[in-house]
Design a binder for this molecule. Structure first.
Ligand SMILES: [Zn+2]
Length: 414
């Protein structure tokens, strides 16, 4: 039998062709002025355990999703030092913590917060008791030379103490299944894939009637795990969008909304300060899509847009920082909605008494979602930031009013 061999010259042609195909087979890359390396970096996992301080009769634990506690040591007969480290460095200054504490009998205990050098205490501690979150009284927090000292009345029932209200991947799923899907047949739950650790990356695809030709709006949140106030605004925004009012029905008959309620479930459940399980800031990966979260989300958005001839017109990415601020792009004339930002902010200001929009405009230089919408889709991209300490009832108002304002502007009911 005569065997056919592929000649060496042919291989020289085939191999580069395969490599080229593999390289180009993912979603189209978007160029940014300043590239960021988003290749995988090692992370340190926190050891999951309960720390027992028998002579104090106090226990501390990080054995739940969304916890962050890297070590605990007794300092004296009343104080326990709690150590909080980031998943890796360099990292943004968002030193998140989360732990559970209980005791053998009701008593007072002191906890000294210990962060690595260069990181200061940022998040005011919140306490969860019987399922309800409240802020810890500032009188129970003392700034000492060695760091923040927290005075706590502990008892047999465990309480959770965390930098922001814990909303882990299970909490997020429970919330959107109950409050957003409920019995609404126009909210379609799906999955765009899995993270490195096998967690689901969910999507809610929302529209009334047909999908064909409907312009697409993208909403997303929790690229950065501790940014829970942005998630609260997102929750209220989305609740308003599907509230079955006349405005919502009219809006969803004309537009389609692709919603990503938890972009970084690994980071959220691991109690990360900022990165995913590959140690990467997801909101720097919107150029080459090296991370599974961004690659899956981008592929899904582009595939949906192409399949149904729906143009991507607007992307809102919910985050938190020190204050409420909308980061916008300066470039607007090239987008499908050149006056959206002005109209939206004007409507928002007229709807909330005494409210002044804090806008910070500059074209993205690094690969963030806001720039991807502009450079890749000629769409309006906005980073919707809520302050770490913005009162929770204020967030409800801003979140839901901004949703109504967006719907009105896009329906031209300004
Ligand atoms: Zn952020």
């Amino acid at each position: 039998m005569k065997r056919q061999f592929i000649s060496k010259t042919k291989w020289l042609l085939i191999v580069p062709a395969i490599l080229l195909f593999v390289h180009c087979s993912g979603p189209k890359r978007v160029k940014f002025p300043i590239p960021v390396d988003t290749k995988n970096k090692p992370i340190a996992l926190q050891e999951k355990k309960s720390y027992a301080f028998e002579d104090l009769g106090v226990w501390v634990s990080n054995e739940f999703d969304g916890a962050r506690l890297n070590g605990a040591q007794q300092l004296n007969d009343s104080t326990i030092v709690l150590r909080f480290d980031p998943e890796n460095t360099p990292i943004n200054k968002s030193p998140y913590y989360g732990f559970k504490v209980w005791s053998d009998s009701p008593k007072q205990a002191y906890f000294l917060f210990d962060y690595p050098e260069g990181f200061d205490h940022r998040y005011k501690p919140k306490k969860q008791e019987h399922g309800n979150w409240s802020e810890i009284d500032s009188l129970d927090l003392v700034e000492t030379e060695s760091g923040i000292l927290l005075k706590l009345n502990v008892k047999q029932d465990p309480v959770i103490i965390a930098g922001q209200e814990v909303n882990n991947s299970k909490d997020v799923q429970e919330w959107y299944r109950k409050e957003i899907i409920g019995n609404r047949d126009f909210v379609h739950e799906g999955s765009v894939g899995e993270t490195k650790l096998g967690r689901n990356i969910p999507i809610l695809d929302i529209y009334q009637g047909s999908t064909t030709g409907k312009p697409i709006i993208v909403l997303m949140t929790r690229q950065h795990p501790p940014e829970v106030t942005g998630y609260f605004a997102f929750q209220n925004f989305l609740t308003t969008l599907v509230d079955q009012s006349e405005l919502s029905t009219q809006f969803l008959n004309k537009y389609r909304v692709l919603v990503f309620p938890i972009m970084n479930p690994d980071g959220v459940d691991l109690g990360h300060w900022r990165h995913n399980a590959n140690g990467v800031d997801l909101n720097r990966d919107w150029s080459k899509y090296r991370q599974p979260e961004i690659r899956n989300v981008v592929s899904h958005i582009l595939k949906t847009s192409k399949a149904d001839q729906g143009k991507i017109i607007l992307g809102l990415d919910f985050h938190s920082t020190y204050e409420d601020v909308f980061y916008t792009n300066v470039e607007r004339m090239r987008t499908t909605l050149p006056t959206f930002i002005e109209d939206w902010f004007k409507t928002l200001e007229s709807e909330i008494e005494g409210y002044k929009v804090n806008e910070s405009a500059s074209n993205s230089t690094r690969p963030v979602s806001k720039g991807w919408f502009l450079y890749g889709q000629k769409a309006v991209g906005i980073t919707y930031e809520i302050g770490d300490h913005t009162p929770r009832e204020r967030i409800v108002e801003i979140g839901s009013t901004s949703a109504k304002a967006m719907m009105n502007v896009l329906l031209e009911n300004k």
